[in-house]
Design a protein. Structure first.
Length: 244
């Protein structure tokens, strides 16, 4: 299954029923209820500004007068590095600076990202903190981004088969590939799990098998974030894209 087929299938089942963007003198607007905080009347396009661990970038936007009432927050949650002080549990903690911003603004909030498009990083998201933001922001809490599951599931399996061609037809055996995945380059990491997560799994051989594998990956990563998640998939170099 490729992304074009996935998009067609999703459209047929109503998953890609997005509200079209309309242009006016003030820019673009989209009638998306999920992108608006509960306190807002009407529905408007919302741009999510980046918030990184130090908060300096956000303060710069604020000082420059670049923040609007409709703007939301995109928290950078990076898989790179070992400093957990730069990640969700610490940066978005109750009583912290970001928590205060969101308490005041009651604006849309997304965590970018849980998995996909980068080396997989084992991290235990604080489930109580997730519940806190869901209660605070309602539908404005967009959750954690689970990124390009279709593309990245393909990527993982291609890497596994490249490491040992037998696994194009046989269930994955860890002892045969563990040493290949050192996480030091794009060909030596996985995007939707650790090597152990793929133990005993089989390379998908048809559309149904691919769909099951894609759905399994999406659900598993969403569960890491309390199933509060948003999804992005691109196709044909970004000319076709949809978001949930």
């Amino acid at each position: 299954m490729n992304r074009r087929h996935f998009l067609k299938t999703a459209a047929a089942t109503g998953l890609a029923g997005l509200v079209p963007i309309r242009r006016n003198r003030g820019g673009c607007e989209a009638a998306s209820q999920s992108a608006s905080a509960p306190s807002r009347t009407g529905s408007r396009f919302c741009f999510l500004h980046t918030y990184e661990a130090t908060g300096r970038y956000w303060k710069g936007l604020e000082k420059s007068g670049l923040l609007r009432p409709t703007n939301g927050v995109r928290l950078v949650h990076s898989p790179f590095g070992d400093d957990n002080a730069l990640r969700f549990n610490a940066v978005a903690r109750v009583g912290g600076e970001l928590h205060g911003i969101l308490s005041r603004r009651k604006c849309p909030f997304v965590i970018d990202r849980v998995a996909g498009g980068s080396p997989y990083h084992v991290y235990a998201f604080d489930q109580k903190l997730i519940v806190e933001y869901a209660a605070m922001l309602g539908t404005g809490f967009l959750g954690g981004q689970v990124h390009e599951t279709v593309c990245n599931t393909h990527n993982d399996w291609e890497r596994i088969v490249k490491a040992d061609k037998r696994f194009a037809t046989e269930p994955v055996r860890l002892e045969s590939i563990r040493s290949q995945f050192t996480w030091d380059s794009a060909q030596r990491w996985l995007e939707y799990g650790t090597v152990d997560d793929y133990a005993g799994r089989a390379y998908p051989v048809d559309h149904a098998a691919w769909w099951n594998e894609i759905e399994r990956n999406a659900r598993r990563q969403a569960a890491r974030f309390g199933s509060h998640f948003c999804y992005a998939e691109g196709s044909h170099w970004g000319r076709l894209a949809w978001h949930i």
